[in-house]
Design a protein around this ligand. Sequence first.
Ligand code: NDP
Length: 331
Amino acid sequence: AKDPVRVLVTGAAGQIGYALVPMIARGIMLGADQPVILHMLDIAPAAEALNGVKMELVDAAFPLLKGVVATTDVVEACTGVNIAVMVGGFPRKEGMERKDVMSKNVSIYKSQASALEKHAAANCKVLVVANPANTNALILKEFAPSIPEKNITCLTRLDHNRALGQISERLNVQVSDVKNVIIWGNHSSTQYPDVNHATVKTPAGEKPVRELVSDDQWLNSEFIAVVQQRGAAIIKARKFSSALSAASSACDHIRDWVLGTPEGTWVSMGVYSDGSYNVPSGLIYSFPVTCKNGEWCIVQGLSIDEYSRNKLDLTAKELSEEKDLAYSCLS
Ligand code: NDP
């Protein structure tokens, strides 16, 4: 039997955490043959709720779940973890300035970075979900210099999956037959959902989405707006945020990273830019990636038209500004 993998979830008593921990314990993140030990961290005011989640995990009697650490102590939470899913973050409350939210999150990610750096297992893989996800991940990277930068990522897979879902609904095809959309840039409203390289499996072979959706107008405006604003639409409908799909896509992100992407398929991940596609290096930016042997690699050589170029640059500009704001909160 395999040794258990230790998976940290921060903010585990929150909405996403509540949806995510049972998925991990059922093997959806790491596979149905991979035992896990869950490490759940939350802040003191949420300690009782966190304990309630732990009780439910016991009650669910998950065969793969070999242990649960539920704690408000960041060192205890981080010790020995192989995978860290960072969902905890300070929410933007009404009347708060962007800088105030940033400042709170910078200090959270700075201290969690140090704890991970000192106490996590070697080669720990980190996924940041809490917003502003790209910039939180960047801060984490800066303050955990001994964790390789390739191990620090942020979630844009939900946006990626939303794009697949929209194409599938529009064309009335199975979502599993649609692939290779791309989310470029920030997990924010400036992200660019790009279908220029996406394809659909049809009885007549693989066809470009651009050929099947002949309505360029829809692809260039409504589709992009729907994907960018889907989170808000779900809050409006459900009165709560999109925790189920966020949790599911976090599992997709880690699973593909650890177990690999299928041949011929890429996914979107927020990763440390190496300057590919002329995206400034030193930002955590969402790119198309393939994964193999536990490592991601940015898909190279895709053609970028002028329309797309502008969108790639716009979201990079926003990320540079966020980075500056984050640094100004540090000093
Ligand atoms: P959620 O579990 O709903 O969301 C957690 C984070 O994920 C938020 O930053 C949220 O961003 C972000 N997020 C990213 N993608 C999505 C998506 N598709 N849908 C919804 N959220 C998304 O928040 P809760 O408030 O329920 O839970 C947060 C937990 O974190 C609480 O248990 C709290 O105690 C803990 N916490 C920990 C802190 C710390 O570690 N120091 C500080 C503050 C809270 P957005 O805000 O933009 O919705």
